[in-house]
Structures are given as structure tokens and as C-alpha cells.
Design a protein around this ligand. Sequence first.
Ligand SMILES: C[S@@+](CC[C@H](N)C(=O)[O-])C[C@H]1O[C@@H](n2cnc3c(N)ncnc32)[C@H](O)[C@@H]1O
Length: 256
Amino acid sequence: MAREEWTHYGFREVPLTEKQGMVDDVFHSVAARYDLMNDLMSAGLHRAWKDALVTAVNAPKTDRAFRLLDVAGGTGDISFRVIDSGGPAVTATVVDINENMLAEGKRRAEKDAHARRRDDAIRFVEGNAEALPFPDRHFDAVTIAFGIRNVPRIPLALQEAHRVLRHGGHFLCLEFSSVDVPGLDKLYDLYSFNMIPAMGRAVTGDAEAYRYLVESIRRFPKPDAFAAMMEEAGMRRVTHQRMSGGIVALHSGWRL
Ligand SMILES: C[S@@+](CC[C@H](N)C(=O)[O-])C[C@H]1O[C@@H](n2cnc3c(N)ncnc32)[C@H](O)[C@@H]1O
């Protein structure tokens, strides 16, 4: 019998085949209050981090067609922002494994369609980052924000992002990283291990879900190691920038 592969789920070691189900439970549980929790946990900072990602996507403001794929796109936050930042031919596909997160996004799209006067700009697709249900070389840009650390087989997800990018397409990954400013690191630990699960309990009724989120951040590879994983998957001209003292990092790579 083949030996079982193990991975981490927060600070726990779990069989690789079980991680996705556990992650799915987290996002089923928090979907309805997910956007509110982001604002509370980050004191609104996640908006600035996402703005940096959207600026880097640099969707055309002209009539030129531009197709974005937002992997682990959840409630569609990145996609809405990219559409708003670009011209009339910018479209976005949100792919996520969790139908509850997608349902929140669809609700939001219906509410906003009138304001945007474009209800065909965004579509929501249920799918796994490790096996994207899209053809090769289809998208101008692929983004993944606060999603990759939840995916059990990160190298597979990176290969898939590379596969669906057109030649010259841009991959951008926004993810929590490691704080390296003396003093801030202690404060950040105190805040994340104590306050965030307590906030999670108060707002979503689920402290455990937010304990997992905090722990999973600590297990995620350091920026240089993640850059090397991107290169391994075929991305070129890989760079990264750290923001807010290293709380998050934005990685960029190209299919060339
Ligand atoms: C922290 S949320 C990020 C949502 C959104 N990108 C944002 O920035 O607001 C992480 C998302 O990753 C999704 N996810 C986890 N594993 C996935 C997988 N294997 N494939 C696709 N999505 C996945 C979850 O369902 C969840 O919606």
C-alpha cells in the first residue's frame, strides 16, 4: 500500500487528502460574515493591500478585451475591484471550491449590477485551484488573494495558474507573510493569536476557523521560498514586495 502523504492544517499535521475538506468547513462556516470580518480583522487594511494587487494587474482602461481569472476568489472582492479599475471590455472569472463563498459573491454581483450597468462582466465558477476547469492559455492575468495557503498542493495550483495564462500573461499572488520588524512581530503575534479568534467567535460564532487562519499564515513559506516555487512552476521575472512590515507580500510572475 502506498504511504499516506501528510501536510499541515494550521499547526496540526493531517493526511493530505483530508486538508481540503477541513478548509472547506472553515469557509462554509464563515462565508456570510467573511467580508465584514476582513474589515474588522485588518482594520480596513486589506483594502489597501488589495488596491496594490489591482494596480499591479493594470487592466486596460481602453476598449481592449482583458480576461482576469481570480483563483480562490471567494466573494469576488478582487474581481469587482479589477472590473471597476478598467475599461468596458474587462471581464473576470471567479473560481472557488466553496459554493457558500461563491453564493455571497453572486448576491453582491446582483446588487451591484445596476450600478455597474454590466451584469456580464463577472462570472462565478465552482472549481479547484489544483485542477482549473479552463483551457490552456486563456487568461490575460491570474490572481489569487489570501487563497494559496489554503490549497493542499500549492505546486499544482501554481502549475495550473501558469497553464491557463496566455503567453505574456501576468500572475499575481497576495498572501499573508512574515513580519520582520522588531517589536511589531510580538505585537502582531499577540494580536493574531488572541484577538482574531475572539473576534471570529463574536462575529461568526466560530473561533476555531479563525485560529486555523492565523496558524496557516505562520506555516506559509517565506517570500523567497514562495518565489522559488513560482519559478519551479514556470513563472518568469518573479519579484515580490512586502507590505505593512511584512504582514502581507505581493508576488508577481509572468508566463513568457
Ligand atoms: C481567505 S479566502 C480569500 C477570498 C478572496 N480571494 C479574498 O481575497 O477576499 C480563501 C478562499 O480560498 C478558497 N479555496 C480554498 N481551497 C481552494 C481550492 N483548492 N481551490 C479553489 N479555492 C479554494 C476558499 O473557499 C476561500 O473562498
